[in-house]
Ligand binder design. Structure first.
Ligand SMILES: [Fe+2]
Length: 281
């Protein structure tokens, strides 16, 4: 069995086969996966059989695994899973979801962009998947930066944006309330990826609230223009999940969204994250 890498899209997404992530990987395979991650942004490993320990062991080879960040009050209770694991699920027991982010569509976002040291990566392992929908759209944010006109690139040079999140799926934090009630951090509008040194647009419709230092209407108009990437299918890979898929993505140069799915069907994925570092323009 030897590792094979096949592109899923022109610039974002590749499928890797010929590797069993539940077993120790050779140094050569790990190096190939690291290289592929930097090049393809999103990696899909189909047909994996991973318990949470195996998933965390694989994640731990890319950096320090993050503990889940949701406040206990909005976290499902009684789950016997590891503190670094978050279940994404609409399955309900005694009327309460067993996981987070249970239902329906979710807008484009970068995971953990609202902290001082945004997480580098996220890994999601598919355990139960509905018959249709609940796909994950991954946008190439290098390409989202590159597609901007010269005037816009100049306008966002040096600009910073407020990232603030209230753990919802299709609703922004209202800016007229107490912002300290929610986790937030000001980040560059475009970042330089710490490993590849490429420029990536770093704003998204769910979490980015405003451009600092601009009047509200100007900030709204500029963000609207920057969010145009979400409608540009040319820079988006749509992942249709199969049970046994392990998908890992780079949160510094991609963001992702979820399509709607039937509420009558079960969806269960196991998430873990890889810590990152402060980002600069
Ligand atoms: Fe996410």
């Amino acid at each position: 069995m030897s590792l094979r890498i096949e592109k899923l899209h022109e610039t974002i997404g590749a499928e890797i086969t010929g590797v069993d992530l539940a077993k120790p990987l050779t140094d050569a395979d790990m190096a190939a996966i690291e290289r592929a991650w930097l090049e393809h942004i999103v990696l899909v490993f189909p047909g994996q059989d991973l318990d949470q320990e195996a998933q965390l062991r694989f994640a731990g080879q890319f950096g320090i695994v993050g503990e889940r960040s949701r406040p206990a009050a909005i976290r499902p209770e009684g789950a016997d899973f590891h503190p670094a694991v978050m279940l994404i699920s609409n399955i309900r027991e005694n009327g309460k979801p067993i996981g987070s982010l249970p239902d329906g569509e979710m807008w484009f976002h970068h995971d953990m962009c609202y902290v001082a040291e945004p997480y580098r990566g996220t890994m999601l392992y598919a355990m139960e998947i509905p018959s249709h929908g609940g796909n994950t759209l991954f946008a190439d944010m290098y390409a989202a930066y590159d597609r901007l006109g010269a005037a816009t690139k100049e306008r966002i040079a040096g600009a910073r944006a407020l990232q603030i999140y209230n753990y919802s799926v299709t609703e922004k934090v209202p800016l007229d309330g107490d912002l300290d009630a929610y986790p937030h951090y000001v980040q560059p509008v475009a970042i330089t990826h710490p490993r590849t040194r490429r420029k990536a647009l770093y704003v998204n419709p769910l979490i980015t609230a405003r451009i600092e230092g601009l009047p509200g209407d100007e900030s709204d108009a500029l963000l609207e223009e920057l969010f145009g990437f979400a409608e540009d299918r040319g820079l988006i890979y749509e992942h249709v999940w199969r049970e046994g898929d392990l998908v890992m993505w780079d949160n510094w140069c991609s963001c992702h969204a979820r399509t709607d799915f039937p509420e009558t069907e079960r969806r269960l994925l196991r998430r873990c994250t890889i810590l990152g570092e402060a980002l600069a323009e």
